[in-house]
Design a protein around this ligand. Structure first.
Ligand code: SF4
Length: 716
């Protein structure tokens, strides 16, 4: 081994942020870590500003390096020993469960956790704590697309084909996706697609950086994408683009869909959405006449109380055109969080066990219980989706304690002030994080965790490609990995550590000051493989060695000596009869309508230089410089009516709360709609106003539309 600080040391790994999981090389020299781009199939040597600057947080002065415990006398968070912090947690959890039962404790995970952590967290909740209450922030990300994929295809994999297929599509339809800002290296595929003569069409209420590159931009009123999709299928039927043989031999249920879309003549869709008939027809023709066509959705289509049905409408369109399973064609979802895909496969979701198994399926329960060495009837049943869970905290019937790993719901949850108050009502809030996020600042105990460059593991990117995250160096003194923390807590609470292999040595890439056994992430992955075997997301044939030998391995991969699955659906779908399912879906209005008091539509989103709740990226100097503050995007005509100048502070008010930020005037947005990014907390927290209405199938909150009014800040 090389000696740190003397000889440069390098590891090939991936960016800690989004689901593109760009390949990068980390280089350590004289204690300094630098990021170098790395050729990898998804990013082909490209990195965005977030990836380039990701190493800055390893030595950031805000980094937590000691546990913090709230002092009951002063109410302040004070540094504490690991023994004291863990003992406070174990004593508190035991006491609460004795008084109120096992479900009085809840766990909240994150879509950035490695597969090993997501798996260990689900097992910790169900075996160590015995609670049914576990869910994660991925519920706020792509759960609507996941549910729509499951009911249409019998499987939920963001992209059922490699990203490189985008470059081959003759027509590419992006719905509510803005990769030019959220995943810039992905734009190389769009450029390649257009250089080959392909057509790019974007559906978005804003003229985003991506929409500005498109051949055609449809700019519907927020919340009307479903009607647009039904109208596109209506035109495809009328003009003869539907692939009758594909529909007959590979699908079921088209008759009901045909009946539903018959009522969506283009002029009706134009009246509702504002998208001109000519643009609807041009889009349907571009899709219907293309040899290869791909339809992709992202948060713009999905984060609605009708998100599952909206995605389903685009899946119906893709199926009717015969796209899924054809080379260079299909439907896919651009997953957002770094391990948004893997994070939903291994047991963090309230209704799932590892392998994407349903927790109420007796066969699934028996299989996982056998791997975990516990009786199947002792495994808890399904819990509730994220928002419902957060909204029940501290109430008479809800959990009294919450453990949060890798999430910041105080900023990222809808109706955030209400969730913040629920968190304050808890008897015990524990947050494991490497920075003092807004959620951690409310906690009774904060546990400092390792960062991505300090631990090994695997991630599953937006293509369903399982990748290796490799440690460059151990975490600093005083810091433990999430896996070690879960092992410590299991040992304290159950008198024994989890069943996967533990490492007793203090190896160079494990926590240097852990006083006890540590979970070996590779051993956790070995157990995850067994637990997933036979499930929808089958990792049984994927080993770390196999990932190392290639550019990742695509699931499902059931056998060591069998192939992996870069492309799905060529021979059939993952349904009992191998056919995809159409589902008729109808437009319905947003959960909240504009009115005289709240006359504007409000929608949220992301900016290039920030990521998710901003806990990390707001602390990186270059990113802070690029995107220092929140803003409220207003059309100049609207600003004129309100008497607001560019840069002036405005208040945005809804029935649930308000926030304040400078106005940014832009013709990119519709005059009836207001946009703000959600990366900031405090007085600039956009989620203070968002609606907590949720999709009845996926539990996805309606982040993308609610009713607001905007005032000059001094008008208060
Ligand atoms: Fe990281 Fe995503 Fe940027 Fe790639 S696009 S460098 S994965 S944040």
């Amino acid at each position: 081994a090389t000696r740190p600080g003397r000889t440069p040391r390098e590891v090939a790994t991936h960016c800690p942020y989004c689901a593109l999981q760009c390949g990068m090389t980390l280089r350590e020299e004289d204690g300094n870590v630098s990021v170098l781009p790395r050729q990898f199939p998804t990013n082909r040597g490209g990195l965005c500003q977030k990836g380039w600057t990701s190493a800055e947080l390893l030595t950031h002065p805000d980094r937590l390096t000691t546990p913090l415990v709230r002092d009951p006398a002063s109410g302040e968070l004070r540094p504490a020993s690991w023994d004291a912090a863990l003992d406070r947690i174990a004593t508190g959890l035991r006491d609460i469960q004795q008084r109120h039962g096992r479900d009085a404790v809840a766990v909240f995970g994150g879509g950035g956790l490695t597969n090993e952590k997501a798996y260990a967290l689900g097992k910790f909740a169900r075996v160590t704590l015995g609670t049914r209450h576990i869910d994660y922030n991925g519920r706020f990300c792509m759960s609507s697309a996941a549910a729509a994929g499951m009911r249409a295809f019998g499987v939920d994999r963001g992209l059922p084909f490699p990203l490189s297929d985008l470059g081959q599509a003759d027509t590419l339809l992006l719905v509510g996706a803005n990769p030019a800002e959220t995943m810039p290296p992905l734009v190389r595929w769009l450029t390649e697609q257009r250089q080959r003569g392909g057509k790019l069409i974007v559906v978005d209420p804003r003229a985003t950086a991506t929409a500005r590159q498109a051949d055609l931009h449809l700019q519907p009123l927020p919340g009307t994408d479903l009607a647009v999709a039904n109208a596109l299928l209506h035109i495809a039927l009328t003009e003869g683009y539907v692939d009758g043989e594909y529909v007959t031999t590979r699908t079921t249920g088209f008759t009901d869909v045909r009946r539903t879309v018959a009522g969506w003549w283009p002029a009706r869709a134009e009246a509702l959405s504002g998208v001109p008939v000519a643009d609807l027809e041009a889009t349907a023709r571009a899709l219907g006449t293309a040899e290869r066509a791909i339809i992709l959705t992202a948060r713009g289509a999905e984060q609605h109380a009708k998100g599952v049905d909206t995605v389903t409408a685009f899946v119906n369109l893709a199926l009717a055109l015969g796209l899924p399973g054809r080379p260079g064609s299909g439907y896919g979802c651009l997953t957002g969080q770094g391990n948004g895909q893997g994070g939903r496969e291994h047991g963090q979701k309230a209704d799932q066990l590892p392998g994407y198994r349903k927790i109420d399926d007796p066969v699934a329960r028996a299989h996982v219980a056998q791997v975990w060495g516990v009786p199947a009837d002792e495994l808890p049943g399904p819990g509730v989706p994220a928002y419902q869970l957060l909204d029940s905290l501290g109430t008479a019937d809800g959990p009294r304690a919450l453990l949060v790993f890798g999430s910041n719901p105080v900023v990222s949850a809808p109706r955030a002030a209400r969730i913040e108050s629920r968190l304050r009502d808890l008897e015990l809030l524990v947050v494991a994080d490497f920075l003092l996020s807004e959620t951690a600042a409310l906690a009774d105990v904060v546990l400092p965790t390792a960062q991505w460059a300090e631990e090994d593991g695997t991630m599953t990117n937006l293509e369903g490609r399982v990748l290796r995250r490799r440690a460059l160096r151990p975490p600093p003194a005083g810091v433990r990995t999430d896996l070690t923390i879960l092992t410590n807590l299991s040992t304290l609470l159950k008198g024994r550590a989890p069943s996967y292999r533990l490492v007793h040595r203090k190896g160079p890439l494990l926590t240097p000051d852990a006083d006890g056994p540590e979970a070996d992430p590779q051993a956790v992955f070995a157990e995850l493989r067994r637990a997933s075997a036979g499930g929808i997301a089958d990792y049984a044939g994927i080993s770390w060695e196999r990932i190392d030998a290639a550019d990742g391995v695509f699931w499902p991969c059931p056998r060591d000596d069998g192939p992996d699955s870069p492309r799905l659906f060529a021979d059939g779908f993952a349904t009992p009869d191998g056919r995809a399912r159409f589902h008729p879906v109808e437009h319905r209005p947003a959960a909240e309508q504009v009115c005289a008091q709240y006359p504007l539509h409000f929608t949220t989103g992301r900016v290039l230089a920030q990521y998710q709740s901003g806990t990390q990226t707001r602390r990186v100097a270059a990113l802070r410089q690029a995107a220092p503050d929140a803003f409220v995007e207003l059309h100049p005509d609207l600003a004129d009516r309100l008497g607001v100048a560019d840069g002036e502070p405005v208040r945005v008010l809804s029935r649930r709360g308000e926030f304040q930020a400078p106005a940014r005037l832009s013709p990119a947005i519709r005059p009836d709609t207001v946009f703000a990014p959600f990366h900031w907390g405090g007085a600039a927290r956009a989620n203070s106003v968002t609606n907590d209405a949720v999709d009845p199938v996926s539990g996805m909150p309606e982040f993308k539309i609610c009713a607001v009014r905007v005032e000059r800040a001094e008008c208060s």
